[in-house]
Design a protein around this ligand. Structure first.
Ligand code: HT7
Ligand code: ZN
Length: 876
């Protein structure tokens, strides 16, 4: 495939002014008529042809100002349309007819059918699978859409913008017209037609405009859309409060679809969602699912301003909308829930998903400069590191200047297809500062290391702090210059008080933020009042790896004293990670207690401290994932040894904390009434973590099974089932629970996904045999992305012990599925293949087997461009 390069950007030769689409839906095919008003761009050659994008298209006719074009004037291929001899100066109308087969569209890009419903997914390059077009984000025009469809199969007809005329046609058909007054790029086009159920509501904007809200679901599921509607209204109100952004159309529609490649899509006025992020009730969804729905609803809604009103000039600017919108949804969740716990969740995600990407073969900068397949760039780096960069700007500027910068961004760029440079510039302008060394964060790939050195001179009562930053060259081969970063610190006294931060040398510290810009900077604090404990990188103020040789006693003191609650968690979590990595990375028999007694005591003290938020305590008990420990080890990783070491540590915590865990389990009745709020969810999280430890120490499944049976909600039911499946995979009790779960939920696709996913994630090499068997289950299919992810994705991405089996059978089986999947849906196969990204860090036997598997894949002639891109980059 061809590589697309940032510096090859140029404007289109023709300027599109508007488009009128007529979409005629039939069983078995769809006819599209696209009437585009356009003219040649001034300055582009008078004889330059019009070159339009297409993908697997069939042209049915082509007209210029109403007359058919002679065959000699154009070339129509499935992959593009080139038209010659077009008018030199005046505007004209092209009408393009195409025919497609939505029923055969298994890639789920463009127009496809899901469960009988016609729906579209156009980002990034799906519109070209519907009609020939300038399918690029810098072509912004108003769209008018007329949908015609059979009335029985599709009583509901939706598109972007505001609703217009509707009416009946012959042969049991009808039509609806939609008008979107806002200029938009093709990737934000959407259309849905089907027999859908509707939940309605209204929202009055701050300026008094009434908006009609609706969520459309499959028949019989609308009662599960109430929480999503509530989250939508809270998102709308929050964006007015926090960013002064109001909604701008008369209607806002959401449709829940069961076959969807990603989480959701922010099409203007018509968001299309994976139904996983809409449909919920306590009996079928966990607290994590509730939080996920809230986040995704908010995220897509926030895109209306950051993405739609201001979009991207080209796909290299993807983080302009994604990083910024993730930052906004994270802030929303922090305001709606509990800030520290939310921040812990975001940092965990960053470290478990983005850090490995940034430190491995798939490394790329937040603003890449080239790609082969853009769908492979919807990554943790673009989204999550992109959000961290916005967060750093907010931290560096402070809340007032940050808000002023955002206001200026909206004012200056409303209606634009903008760039990262334009985004950074608004903050330079409002704050009157030069952010060029900060802007390097967008271009330099990799996780910088922040090295911290401290010295205390007792005689002078002088404390010296040196911060140094460094960045290693990685796979992306980008620069390694020092970058401006905010380092939030505190000097903590023995009673947990923050001391003043007035350095006599090193420059001013505003509030608690050091603006580190050099490779190394030293700060001297005089008369500090005794040796302080250094609390550094508070709230994870920069996405770096911390290298801080701090004594265990200082760290354990901070774990108790630090006024910054995030750092109390981080310090314990880092200590656990380091200890486990040291024990699992060595070759000698790991110590009986790899954590050490004092750390275990500190963990238990926090977990048992009723003055602290239960959700926070649950996070302390959630020891770093095996993949995080593997990343910390860095080379010659044996995933089985990592798992065994982590299990040994969990057992030590369980044994030492029997009383704490017994008390916590007893305090949470299994049949308590359910409320999805964050405080109630936190209590369940703590109780279920405690149940896991209690089961580890008593060593039999009865208690988990009893809880499974009595549970009044899916959070507790799934947590108990996970304990059974993970700890006692072959026990008769576990089979009983799995069968009961299946019998209860076999017709609920989203819950059945959980049943597949749990079994695929059960640690141990034997899981492969069970997963193989499950892949022949009548309810298993590779065609539905959620189902494919639940079994295959969960196996390869969440189960290092089974996927990385020493004999290589895990890889062999996975690759066979990958090839099957690739013929159906390349975006999903490519994403799943990233499970190989850490292959070079494995011990030699597994490394060789993984490399063989990847090289065998690379040799196949018919891989999709998506999968080939990932395989080639992983091997490079
Ligand atoms: N902006 C949306 C991206 C998306 C997407 C990309 C590629 C293929 C399928 C897709 N579905 C949605 C999602 C978001 O970030 O809001
Ligand atoms: Zn997004």
């Amino acid at each position: 495939g061809q590589t697309v390069k940032l510096d090859a950007y140029s404007e289109t030769d023709f300027v599109f002014e508007s488009v009128f689409l007529t979409i005629r839906l039939f069983d078995g095919s769809a006819e599209i008529e696209s009437e585009i008003r356009l003219r040649r761009r001034e300055g582009s050659g008078a004889d330059a042809p019009l070159v339009l994008d297409g993908d697997e298209l069939t042209l049915t006719f082509l007209k210029l100002d109403g007359d058919r074009l002679p065959d000699a004037d154009y070339d129509a291929e499935p992959g593009g349309l080139t038209i010659r001899s077009l008018p030199a100066a005046e505007a004209f109308t092209l009408t393009i007819g195409t025919r497609i087969v939505p029923e055969e569209n298994t890639k789920l890009m463009g127009l496809y059918r899901s469960n009988g419903i016609w729906c579209t997914q156009c980002e990034a390059e799906g519109f070209r699978r519907i009609t020939y077009f300038y399918d690029r984000p810098d072509v912004l025009i108003p769209y008018k859409v007329r949908i015609e469809a059979p009335k029985v199969a599709a009583p509901i007809l939706l598109s972007n913008g505001n609703p217009g005329e509707t009416g009946d046609l012959d042969s049991g058909r009808h039509f609806a017209v939609w008008d979107d007054p806002f200029n938009k790029p093709s990737y934000l086009f959407a259309m849905v037609a089907g027999d859908l159920e509707r939940v309605g509501d209204t929202f009055r904007t701050a300026s008094g405009h009434d908006v009609t809200l609706a969520i459309f679901t499959d028949k019989g599921r609308s009662h599960q859309a109430g929480y999503a509607m509530d989250a939508l209204k809270r998102s709308m109100a929050w964006d007015e409060r926090r960013f002064g952004r109001e909604y701008d159309l008369d209607v806002f529609n959401i449709v829940a679809i069961s076959d969807f490649n990603m989480g959701a899509m922010e099409n203007k006025g018509l968001n299309v969602f994976n139904h996983k992020y809409v449909l919920l009730d306590p009996d079928t969804a966990t607290d994590q699912d509730y939080a996920g729905v809230e986040t995704v609803i908010a995220h897509e809604y926030f895109h209306n301003w950051t993405g739609n009103r201001i979009t991207c000039r080209d796909w290299f600017q993807l983080c302009l909308k994604e990083g910024l919108t993730v930052f906004r949804d994270q802030e929303f969740s922090s305001d709606e829930r509990e800030r520290t716990v939310q921040r812990i969740g975001s940092v965990r995600r960053l470290k478990s998903m983005q850090f490995p990407e940034d430190q491995g073969p798939l490394q790329h900068p937040v603003r890449p400069s080239e790609y082969r397949e853009i769908s492979n760039f919807y990554t943790a780096t673009i989204y999550d590191k992109g959000a961290e960069l916005v967060r750093m700007i907010a931290t560096l500027l402070g809340p007032e200047d940050f808000r002023a910068g955002m206001d200026l961004y909206f004012e200056r760029h409303d209606g634009d297809a903008a760039t990262i440079e334009a985004f950074v510039k608004v903050f330079e302008d409002v704050a009157g500062i030069d952010l060029s060394s900060f802007a390097l964060w967008y271009h330099q790939a990799g996780t910088p290391t922040l090295t911290v050195t401290e010295a205390y001179d007792e005689a002078e009562d002088r404390y010296t702090l040196t911060l140094a930053q460094s960045l290693k060259q990685g796979a992306a081969g980008t620069g390694t210059k020092p970058m401006l970063m905010p380092v939030k610190i505190g000097l903590v006294g023995p009673n947990g008080e923050d001391r003043p931060l007035n350095p006599s040398q090193g420059g001013e510290i505003r509030e608690d933020v050091i603006q580190l810009s050099e490779a190394e900077e030293t700060f001297v604090f005089d008369k500090v009042g005794g040796r302080p404990y250094l609390s550094v990188l508070r709230d994870f103020s920069a996405p770096v790896t911390l290298d801080h040789d701090q004594s265990e006693s200082d760290r354990l003191a901070l774990a108790r004293l630090d006024p910054n609650p995030f750092n109390r968690w981080r310090i314990l979590n880092d200590l656990i990670g380091e200890r486990l990595a040291a024990a699992a990375g060595g070759t000698s028999e790991p110590a009986q207690n790899p954590l050490g007694d004092e750390l275990v005591t500190a963990i238990l003290e926090t977990a048992g401290d009723d003055r602290l938020d239960p959700a926070f305590r649950a996070q302390v008990l959630n020891v770093p994932a095996d993949t995080e420990i593997a990343r910390l080890i860095g080379e010659n990783v044996d995933p089985l040894r990592v798992y065994e070491t982590a299990t040994r540590a969990r057992k030590t915590i369980a044994t030492a904390g029997t009383q704490v865990f017994e008390r916590l389990v007893a305090a949470a009745p299994a049949d308590a009434a359910f409320s999805p709020d964050a405080a109630s969810a936190g209590k369940r999280a703590l109780a279920n973590a405690a149940l896991g430890f209690a089961t580890l120490s008593d060593g039999h499944p009865d208690r988990a099974f009893a809880r499974f049976e009595k549970a009044s909600n899916m959070t507790d039911r799934q947590a108990a089932l996970a304990i059974l499946v993970f700890r006692f995979p072959e026990h008769e009790t576990t089979h009983r629970a799995l069968d009961a779960f299946y019998a209860r939920y076999e017709d609920d696709a989203l819950v059945l996904d959980k049943w597949f996913a749990l079994q695929a994630a059960a640690p141990g090499e034997d899981t492969l045999d069970r997963v193989q068997k499950l892949s022949t289950h009548p309810r298993f299919t590779l065609k539905n992305p959620n189902r494919a992810r639940s079994l295959i994705g969960s196996f390869a991405g969440m189960n290092p012990t089974a996927f990385h089996r020493r004999d290589g059978r895990g890889y062999a089986w996975f690759c066979e599925r990958l090839i099957e999947l690739d013929a159906i849906n390349p975006q999903i196969s490519a994403r799943m293949a990233t499970a190989f990204r850490a292959w070079r860090t494995l011990e030699s036997e597994r490394r060789a087997k993984a490399e063989d598997a990847l090289r065998d894949l690379a040799k196949l002639p018919h891989l999709s461009r998506d999968l080939r891109d990932i395989v080639d980059r992983t091997l490079a």
